[in-house]
Design a protein around this ligand. Structure first.
Ligand code: ATP
Ligand code: MG
Length: 316
C-alpha cells in the first residue's frame, strides 16, 4: 500500500524572495514487515542469533538497542526477556517470537506454535532429595514443591490427583530443599549435573522442551508470506545441521557392497571415476548420527580417505 505525504521545499529566487514549492510524495508502506520477539540475553539468545544468521538475515545491533531492523530482510527484531515473549506475540506487539516450549506452556497465551526448532533442548522435571524413597506421584501428596512453572505443575498434580503446596520462586529453585524451603522441586533439567550437585534425584519428566517459533493468530497475507519464507529458511538451516556431506574413495569392485551399507533413503549417491580406472569416488549426504553407526562397516567394505564436510543449507 502507498501513503501520500506533502512536503515543502524552500527556494530563494533571483529577486531574493523565498518561494515555497509543495511536493506530493508517496511513501511505500512496508506491509510485509514482520516483527519478531527474541530473548535479549540468556540461554536462548545464542541459538536464536545463530539461526537468524544461518537464515541469511543480517542484524546489526548496536549496544542495548531494543528494536532493530534487518537491512536485508523485512524483519524487525524486538529484544526482551523470554517470559514476556508469549504475551507480546498474543497481544500483537510482535507478530512472531522465538521462545522455549516450556515458557509457551507456562504462560498459556492464545498463540500458535508454527515451528519446532530443535534448539535449546531441555525438560521440565520433578526432583526430590537423593535419599528419599520415591513411590510415584503420590509421594508428592502434602509436600511443598518449589518451582518457576506453577501453571504446568498445577496441571500435572491435578492429572495425578495429588494435593501439594506450590512454592513459586523465580530463581535458585534447586537450592530450596537443602535450606528446608521445599521438599521437592519442579525445574528445567538438561544434563542433570545441577541436580547432582544439589543432591537431588530426577523422578518425573513432565515435559520435553525445545525452542519454538510462535505466531500471533491474526496475520495479514503479506506478513504471512514473510513468515513462510523465514520458516523455510530456518528449516533449511536445521536440516543442514543434522546432515553431513560424505566423500570416500573405493575400488569399483566394492561399490555395490558399500551402497548396501548406506541407509535406504541414501541409495543414489554420486559416483565419480578416478584417474585410476579400478577406483571411484562416492559422494553422498548422511545423517550425522547414522554416519557414526556405519563408518566401521564402510571401512571394512574397502572405503578409504573418508571425508566428512558440514553442509551450510539444505533445500529439499
Ligand atoms: P530471561 O532473563 O530472558 O527471563 P531466563 O533466566 O528466564 O532468561 P534462561 O536461563 O536464559 O532463562 O533460559 C531460557 C530458555 O532456555 C529456557 O526457558 C529454556 O527453554 C531454555 N533452557 C534453559 N536452561 C537450559 C539448558 N540448561 N539447556 C538448554 N536449554 C535451556
Ligand atoms: Mg525468563
Amino acid at each position: 500500500m502507498q501513503k501520500s505525504e506533502i512536503i515543502e521545499q524552500k527556494f530563494t529566487n533571483f529577486a531574493g524572495k523565498i518561494i515555497v514549492i509543495p511536493y506530493i510524495i508517496s511513501i511505500q508502506m512496508e506491509q510485509n514487515l514482520l516483527r519478531i520477539a527474541i530473548q535479549s540475553k540468556g540461554r536462548l539468545y545464542d541459538d536464536t542469533i545463530g539461526l537468524l544468521k544461518e537464515a541469511g538475515i543480517k542484524i546489526n545491533r548496536s549496544e542495548r538497542a531494543l528494536l532493530v531492523r534487518s537491512n536485508n530482510y523485512p524483519l524487525e527484531v524486538l529484544y526482551m526477556r523470554d517470559d514476556d515473549i508469549p504475551k507480546t506475540v498474543a497481544e500483537g506487539m510482535a507478530d512472531v517470537g522465538i521462545v522455549g516450549l516450556n515458557e509457551v506452556m507456562e504462560k498459556d497465551e492464545n498463540i500458535k506454535i508454527v515451528q519446532h526448532l530443535g534448539l535449546s533442548k531441555c525438560r521440565l522435571s520433578i526432583a526430590i532429595p537423593k535419599h528419599a524413597e520415591y513411590t510415584g506421584p503420590q509421594w508428592l501428596d502434602g509436600k511443598r514443591i518449589a518451582t518457576s512453572y506453577p501453571h504446568i505443575l498445577k496441571k500435572f498434580l491435578k492429572e495425578h490427583m495429588v494435593k501439594a503446596d506450590i512454592y513459586e520462586i523465580t530463581g535458585s529453585v534447586e537450592i530450596t530443599p537443602r535450606i528446608d524451603l521445599a521438599d521437592a522441586i519442579f525445574d528445567i533439567v538438561s544434563s542433570g549435573s545441577t541436580l547432582v550437585t544439589n543432591n537431588l534425584l530426577e523422578v518425573e519428566t513432565v515435559m520435553e522442551s525445545d525452542a519454538v517459533v510462535v505466531a500471533n493468530k491474526k496475520m495479514s497475507t503479506d506478513k504471512r508470506k514473510t513468515l513462510d519464507e523465514l520458516l523455510f529458511r530456518f528449516q533449511a538451516a536445521i536440516d543442514a545441521q543434522k546432515k553431513k556431506y560424505v566423500m570416500m574413495n573405493a575400488p569399483k569392485a566394492n561399490v555395490e557392497k558399500i551402497l548396501s551399507i548406506m541407509p535406504e533413503s541414501m541409495k543414489s549417491p554420486t559416483i565419480i571415476p578416478l584417474a585410476d580406472n579400478e577406483w571411484c569416488s562416492i559422494h553422498t549426504v548422511l545423517e550425522e548420527k547414522c554416519f557414526w553407526q556405519i563408518i566401521g562397516d564402510l571401512k571394512k567394505a574397502g572405503a578409504q580417505g573418508i571425508l566428512v564436510v558440514p553442509i551450510e543449507k539444505m533445500v529439499s
